[in-house]
Ligand binder design. Structure first.
Ligand SMILES: [Zn+2]
Length: 494
């Protein structure tokens, strides 16, 4: 038998159940070589890399590069199994045929039968197919293993507001009082179109606290709104372990968490939809998609489609938007109904101001089915009772000489202030009878006032202005021919 020269290739797949160690693979390769008059020039060891992508295997690449070199150092590559060589059929066929045709190098699996002729190559392909199947199946298992680890990890971590860990390593369980807050947040966000600020303010006014026992802030609401834990899912691979930096969304994995959801998947999805539409991180916003605060609200009187904004620049560099019918730009509507944001803004502000001055407003009432009925009155009354207890305690501290007179006075003032706030809120509650048309109108006018102060100020972002406006406006229709603008006001109410 003519002497042949070979490279050995040893790869350990950590996910293969039928695995033998690198040492054993090497030993088998050397035994085979000896028996078959093959001299092994070098063994390439690929340790600890899963083989689904050949280009991630540096040693493999080194070996192939060397085997293909002009010097033709080897005529054979020995592997323990074909599945060590490549993990899918195309990859294997490509490398093997390239090696054979261009460099006359054979790839031999020492533990699998090698049959010559067309039948042999058919068997080879079947073996590769099976390997591929095996690999895919394994990667499913790998995935499951990773998921289980991640889930265990996330169960060990502190669960979000609304959940607590009752038994270590088990899915978290619902804390009813906290779950209620979560439902209020999603309800307000999706059904009442409330902004993060408004929701935070609302919860704080009722004395609710975050899981860290702090008042709610804009970002606590934003975080809760995006957390799929609340609809029974679990999210992992969201941040880098070492830096906590948030990874690209495509890398997140969201799977069924095995815990009880607090809100429906439907409600969660609606919240994500709104969030996606309104939220663009500052850095990720190219100038061309600069979002005007009237975006999405303007409708074409001819076809009903939304007027979309394109960014324009004035000579002084100032940016503005030019709105025109989306249908017109697609050739589906005959009229552009175009209007510049500079004109439009003035018109809208003027319209809001007129409504406020006149004190009358035409609007549509959107009735909401509450997800979580909040008895605001009883919550506030509970807080009043709590204040009385507090008052007694500071009195006692003063009497017993723990607090100085100044401290006592200061505490007393704080409590008094809180009491007034709660009493004001209670008074407001009794003012508004939900079915009283006058009270409903007043409620809307109050909202119009606060929205007006937001959109006419430069203290707010376009997104905040847009959010504010959507709470009281269904749509705005501008008719270019008649040069008229009509705002369709609305009120969301339970
Ligand atoms: Zn149109």
């Amino acid at each position: 038998m003519q002497q042949r020269y070979a490279y050995g290739y040893v790869r350990v797949s950590t996910h293969d159940q039928e695995e033998i160690s690198p040492d054993s693979q090497e030993k088998l390769l050397r035994e085979y070589a000896k028996k078959n008059n093959i001299v092994i020039l070098k063994i390439f060891f690929e340790l600890g890399i899963s083989g689904r992508k050949a280009d991630k295997r540096p040693e493999f690449q080194n070996m192939i590069g060397s085997a293909k070199s002009k010097e033709h150092p080897v005529d054979t590559i020995l592997v323990w199994k074909y599945s060590r060589f490549a993990r899918n059929q195309e990859e294997s066929i490509v490398y093997k045929s390239l090696l054979k045709k261009q460099n006359n190098v054979d790839v031999i699996s020492i533990s699998e039968p090698l049959v010559d002729g067309p039948f042999g190559s058919l068997i080879e392909r079947i073996i590769e197919w099976m390997d591929e199947y095996y690999s895919i199946r394994l990667s499913g298992e790998v995935f499951r293993g990773m998921k289980e680890n991640a889930m265990r990890g996330s169960f060990q971590a502190r669960p979000p507001l609304g959940y607590k860990v009752k038994e270590h390593g088990k899915p978290p369980v619902i804390v009813p009082e906290e779950a209620k807050i979560v439902r209020i947040i999603f309800d307000k966000y999706v059904n009442e179109n409330a902004g993060f600020f408004d929701i935070a303010r609302y919860l704080n006014s009722l004395g609710f606290k975050t899981s860290h026992n702090k008042p709610f802030e804009r970002r606590s609401i934003e975080y809760i709104i995006q957390n799929p834990t609340y609809c029974g899912m679990i999210r992992w691979n969201r941040t880098k372990n070492d830096t906590n930096e948030i990874k690209d969304k495509s890398e997140w994995i969201i799977t069924d968490g095995g815990h009880e959801p607090i809100i429906s998947k439907e409600l969660f999805d609606k919240a994500q939809e709104r969030f996606k539409n309104e939220y663009l991180p500052k850095g990720a916003r190219p100038a061309s998609t600069y979002k005007h605060w009237l975006s999405g609200l303007l409708k074409c009187p001819d076809c009903g489609r939304t007027l979309t904004a394109s960014t324009m620049h004035r000579r002084n560099g100032e940016r503005y938007s030019y709105f025109s019918c989306y249908g017109y730009s697609k050739g589906k509507c005959a009229k552009p109904n175009g209007i510049s944001s500079l004109v439009l803004e003035k018109e809208v502000l003027q319209n809001l101001k007129e409504v406020l001055d006149a004190g009358t407003i035409e609007f549509e009432l959107h009735k909401l089915e509450p997800v979580e009925a909040v008895n605001e009155r009883s919550i506030l009354q509970e807080r009043l009772k709590g204040l009385t207890g507090k008052e007694n305690r500071i009195k006692a501290s003063y009497r017993e000489g723990i607090d100085t007179l100044e401290e006592y006075k200061e505490n007393k003032q704080l409590i008094q202030k809180e009491r007034e706030d709660i009493e004001n809120q209670l008074a407001e509650l009794s003012d508004s009878q939900p079915d009283d048309p006058a009270a409903t109108k007043d409620k809307l006018l109050k909202k119009v006032f606060s929205v007006y102060s937001i959109v006419s100020s430069d203290q707010y972002t376009d997104m905040q202005k847009n959010t504010a406006l959507r709470q009281i406006v269904d749509k705005i229709v501008y008719n270019r021919q008649t040069d008229t603008l009509k705002i369709y006001y609305c009120l969301y109410q339970k």
